[in-house]
Ligand binder design. Structure first.
Ligand code: NAG
Ligand code: NAG
Ligand code: NAG
Ligand code: NAG
Ligand code: NAG
Ligand code: NAG
Ligand code: NAG
Ligand code: NAG
Ligand code: NAG
Ligand code: NAG
Length: 418
């Protein structure tokens, strides 16, 4: 009916749309576009809902002049860029990643290498018609993978490299960003930088990876991607979006250059029934219960971590990651992403985190749902952050998470699927 159509339009125009430069983005995991069950290919991407996408990963190699796309279905990169551009989406390459940060330190380790690495990056960007580079070094002067090369001067060398890249005629035209931890890069003594103004000058934005805050390495079950932790007990303050934004802002990263990384997956923990429930209850889940740290649960069908050794040759073990779609597939959540009667559940207000418990498998999962994504979207809008970046595009189900965060961040409704 025509009247109601105009009523909807005028209602929408009353709400203030986000500034056009606000970023709605996600990483595309190249290895899930092929040989995965299910695959998440270019055809699965809701292009019209993104401003930016990061193809993951190109990896620095022992030869500073070469980046490798091995393991990421690099054959797809030209089509990815072409389809992104056809949809008005900025196409970035994400460089590095957890498994791909072994050689960053040497790539920026000397003036000669920095010049070589600038050339490798600009050649790559030109060859693939990329709009931007998302540096995902995990992490400067921080071990990460066991065989990653680490140097006390990593952070200073990284900045020198970025300044040289910015001074390059091709580099100056690229959108440069970095996927970062909750605290600023570590200085030569191992402490977070207290002044990141140099990085603020060279980066268009940073994407803070506010996830994997709790996992199999933690002392108890906790939130994968807490929005807040200053409202939690002291021992459960392990970082959050609130703490991360505060750390980076205090060190000089402007709010509008801070893009919040959000997770379309959760971590699972083996928790027996005695620990899972509040004492005396068979329905009310305990908060921060202990779990069996020597029993690594298998996650969903994308959890192949135990299939082989990592790039350093260390034998793999189950990752225990459950993507949002798999929680629906398992019947823990219904098609709208709401809890089913199959599981006990709770929602932690401080971190804005849902938890579910599968009694039969003694599995507790902390993850993000539409409610937590909406809370993060409101946080982004209220604090004037640069937007959001979701790891990973393929984790969502029917855009339940993406739609929730877009709406709360202030993006206008996408009428494409009406
Ligand atoms: C991608 O789309 C295909 C075809 O519609 C579907 O079978 C598959 O489940 C989708 N992948 C994901 C991860 O949703
Ligand atoms: C490093 O890569 C460059 C560019 O592909 C190549 O020209 C050079 O020969 C390589 N160096 C070594 C030592 O393999
Ligand atoms: C420079 O890069 C080469 C490989 O391209 C590496 O062997 C060497 O150690 C690097 N230099 C520094 C100081 O990191
Ligand atoms: C340039 O792109 C083509 C695919 O379009 C690829 O085959 C080639 O390896 C790329 N070269 C470099 C140096 O990245
Ligand atoms: C700068 O980047 C834009 C799009 O990212 C591209 O269209 C343009 O050709 C680039 N200009 C130069 C000088 O590389
Ligand atoms: C931060 O460092 C920049 C130079 O990189 C300097 O100009 C500025 O004064 C420093 N800020 C503070 C608060 O020390
Ligand atoms: C985080 O928690 C603190 C302490 O309870 C509270 O003052 C603050 O408003 C919270 N921030 C957000 C964004 O939830
Ligand atoms: C339940 O798990 C806790 C913590 O891992 C452990 O201390 C306890 O012994 C377990 N209880 C049973 C009955 O297995
Ligand atoms: C923890 O898991 C290990 C490995 O599956 C098992 O051997 C051990 O009995 C478990 N501990 C408890 C307290 O259930
Ligand atoms: C189910 O989830 C949707 C969002 O995904 C929400 O709008 C709706 O209110 C939920 N329904 C119930 C009964 O909680």
């Amino acid at each position: 009916m025509i009247l109601s159509f105009f009523a909807v339009v005028s209602l929408l125009s009353l709400t203030s749309p986000v500034e056009s430069k606000t970023i709605s983005s996600a990483w595309l995991a190249g290895w899930h576009t092929v040989d995965a069950t299910p695959t998440f290919d270019l055809g699965n991407i809701s292009w019209s809902k993104y401003t930016d996408l990061y193809f993951s990963f190109a990896i620095p190699t022992a030869n500073t002049s070469e980046l490798s796309l091995d393991g990421s279905n690099g054959d797809l990169l030209p089509s990815f860029v072409q389809q992104a551009h056809a949809n008005g989406v900025n196409a970035h390459i994400a460089v590095g990643g957890w498994d791909g940060s072994i050689y960053f330190s040497t790539a920026v380790g000397s003036a000669e290498n920095r010049t070589r690495f600038v050339k490798a990056i600009t050649n790559f960007a030109t060859n693939y018609s990329l709009d931007g580079i998302n540096f995902d070094w995990e992490a400067p002067n921080n071990q990460g993978l066991s065989c990653s090369i680490v140097n006390a001067d990593d952070t200073a060398n990284f900045l020198s490299f970025l300044q040289e890249l910015r001074a390059d005629p091709i580099g100056s035209n690229l959108t440069l960003s970095a996927a970062t931890g909750l605290t600023p890069f570590l200085d030569s003594t191992g402490s977070p930088l207290t002044n990141v103004s140099g990085f603020a000058e060279v980066f268009d934005f940073i994407t803070i990876m506010n996830y994997d805050v709790w996992g199999s390495w933690s002392a108890s079950v906790g939130p994968n991607a807490p929005l807040n932790d200053s409202c939690a007990a002291q021992s459960n303050q392990q970082g959050s979006a609130v703490s991360a934004v505060s750390s980076w802002l205090t060190a000089g990263m402007p709010l509008e250059k801070i893009v919040l990384g959000v997770a379309s997956y959760g971590h699972s923990f083996r928790v027996n029934q005695t620990s899972a429930f509040v004492s005396g209850s068979t329905t009310e889940l305990a908060a921060y219960p202990p779990f069996n740290a020597s029993d690594y649960p298998l996650g969903d069908s994308w959890d192949t971590d135990a299939d082989g050794p990592d790039p350093c040759g260390v034998p793999g073990q189950n990752g225990g990651v459950f993507d949002f779609w798999s929680l629906i597939e398992k019947g823990y959540l219904d098609e709208q992403g709401n809890f089913t009667s199959a599981v006990a559940h709770r929602f932690d207000e401080c971190s804005q985190t849902p938890y579910l418990y599968d009694e039969d498998n003694e599995l507790m999962i902390s993850f993000d749902n539409a409610q937590s994504f909406a809370a993060k979207g409101s946080f982004i809008q209220n604090y004037g952050l640069g937007g959001f970046a979701m790891w990973e595009a393929g984790g969502d189900s029917n855009d339940i998470l993406l739609d929730a965060i877009r709406l709360a961040t202030g993006f206008e409704e996408d009428f494409d699927d009406c």
